[in-house]
Design a protein around this ligand. Structure first.
Ligand SMILES: [Zn+2]
Length: 289
């Protein structure tokens, strides 16, 4: 067990490293050059965002011999019968991208739109107003996707082992954990990375669904951002970007989109591509229980 876990952890780290390298390539801004060099430099420090994909690990666990139907949770009491439809703006297909698509189609892997996504918050380095920041970002994702979200409250329990997707006893999906962290606790947050997020898909009925995930935010860096003019909207856009990853949006190299790998102080709301992608992510199939 230990060896397998270490191996998968290593693969996951390699994947994160690869994504970070890819982001470096996508970064089009030679810092300090050009007429807006100083401003760009400031912006660069704001939000270089990383994406964490944990799917590989979880899929491996669930495809293994220990996978069994009895481990599947009960239908949540707060489930509804169909997704809430959201009007998607017309957008060019190269203005948004999905983190994962189904094996046999270009349909995105999504959360179940018929059950609420529960969030718990580890507030260790949370900024002043951090819960409000999170609530506003969640509202922005709820409006754009039609997905249901419930913020359950704070936790000071240690994070469960990686790859865990259900609560104790396997009765319900593990809530998404929003961790206010810092570079001392998370290597991924070193440098300009303000946050990272990802979700864990499981196979079920011939498709894959995200069932839980995590969002990690750099508390000290977001506190710095909040000190600047327009800091609230910038900080909120960082959280929105990470929640975008959580529900299945990938980075896209398209102007005006919040899902660009690098943020900008001027860009604090969803672009058309973001909205089109988010609308699609809220229209997945409901899961059978
Ligand atoms: Zn990102």
């Amino acid at each position: 067990m230990g060896d397998a876990l270490r191996l998968v952890e290593w693969r996951r780290r390699r994947r994160v490293a690869r994504l970070l390298r890819k982001m470096d390539r996508l970064d089009p801004r030679p810092v300090g050059r050009g007429r807006s060099g100083a401003r760009r430099r400031a912006t660069t420090a704001v939000t270089l965002l990383a994406l964490l994909v944990v799917g590989l690990f979880v899929s491996t666990l669930h495809d293994g011999p220990s996978s069994s139907a009895t481990a599947f949770p009960d239908r949540p009491a707060d489930a509804r019968d169909e997704p809430r439809s959201v009007r998607a703006p017309a957008a060019s297909p190269d203005t948004y991208a999905f983190v994962q698509t189904q094996d046999d189609s270009s349909e995105p892997v999504t959360y179940d739109p018929c059950v609420p996504i529960h969030l718990i918050v580890d507030d260790r380095t949370m900024v002043d107003g951090g819960m409000k920041l999170l609530e506003q970002a969640v509202d922005a994702v709820r409006d754009a996707t039609g997905l249901m979200f419930t913020i359950d409250g704070l936790t000071d329990e240690p994070a469960p082992a990686e790859g865990t997707v259900t609560d104790d006893g396997g009765k319900s999906w593990l809530p998404v954990r929003v961790s206010w962290s810092d570079p001392a606790a998370s290597d991924t947050l070193r440098g300009d990375v303000a946050g990272y997020a990802g979700s864990a898909p499981i196979p079920h009925d011939g498709r894959r669904w995200f069932v839980t995930g995590s969002v990690v935010l750099d508390g000290p860096q977001l506190a710095d951002i909040l000190q600047r003019p327009g800091g609230w909207a910038s900080a909120r856009s960082v959280v929105m970007h990470e929640l975008g990853h959580l529900v299945g949006l990938d980075h896209v190299d398209a102007k005006g989109q919040l899902m660009q790998p690098e943020g900008s102080e001027d860009l604090t709301t969803w672009g058309e591509g973001d909205l089109a992608g988010l609308a699609a992510l809220g229209q997945g199939e409901c899961m059978s229980y």
